[in-house]
Design a protein around this ligand. Structure first.
Ligand SMILES: Nc1ncnc2c1ncn2[C@@H]1O[C@H](COP(=O)(O)OP(=O)(O)OP(=O)(O)O)[C@@H](O)[C@H]1O
Ligand SMILES: [Mg+2]
Length: 167
């Protein structure tokens, strides 16, 4: 079986009487080390798939296995542990803490993580060696994005998920 395997993944949202099918019967296999881009028109379900893979949403039907664990069956604390330990997520608007420096933003995320990498080393790797002590407001858009990427990478996650980060 592939490192990541989605089978028949379907998500239906209920809004009153309305039934919204965010994604329907998705099959996807991803090997370790593979870089995958999900494309599709607005509303096609890309964010829904990422949220399911990242443990932030549950599925209506189907199965998602990551490194031998069926994450579609995780609930509560187990799901929280999966998000904390296995998933790095780069959000579209970075979501950095404005009152913390670049370095402190990365360090904060690692406080709840078991086997983190060295924050300063990762920031250096993304080209921010000389900007670590700056606050987000003192950084360019691209630099803020790289802080968010460093924060996700430093968790040393199994999956790095990025939802349409601005380039
Ligand atoms: N929490 C929700 N409740 C109800 N409907 C939702 C919810 N989240 C998403 N949807 C609907 O599910 C469908 C898929 O949404 P999704 O956000 O996954 O699309 P997307 O492919 O990421 O689109 P975009 O390219 O615009 O970001 C859309 O029709 C959306 O309105
Ligand atoms: Mg989206």
């Amino acid at each position: 079986m592939a490192y990541i395997s989605m089978q028949g993944v379907t998500k239906v949202y209920h809004m009153g009487e309305m039934e919204i099918r965010a994604c329907s019967g998705i099959d996807l296999e991803i090997e370790k080390g593979e870089f995958v881009v999900i494309v599709g028109p607005s509303g096609a379900g890309k964010t829904t798939v990422l949220n399911i893979l990242g443990g932030m949403d549950t599925l209506t039907e189907g199965q998602v296995v990551v490194d031998g664990t069926d994450i579609s069956r995780l609930r509560g604390r187990q799901m929280a542990a999966y998000r904390r330990e296995s998933v790095g997520f780069v959000f579209q608007f970075y979501n950095l803490m404005q009152n913390l420096t670049a370095l402190e933003n990365v360090e904060l995320a690692l406080q709840i993580c078991k086997n983190p990498l060295d924050p300063a080393e990762i920031l250096e790797e993304v080209g921010l060696k000389d900007r670590m002590q700056n606050f987000p407001a003192q950084l360019s858009g691209g630099e803020q994005q790289r802080v968010a990427i460093a924060r996700a990478l430093a968790k040393n996650p199994k999956l790095l998920l990025c939802d349409e980060p601005r380039s």
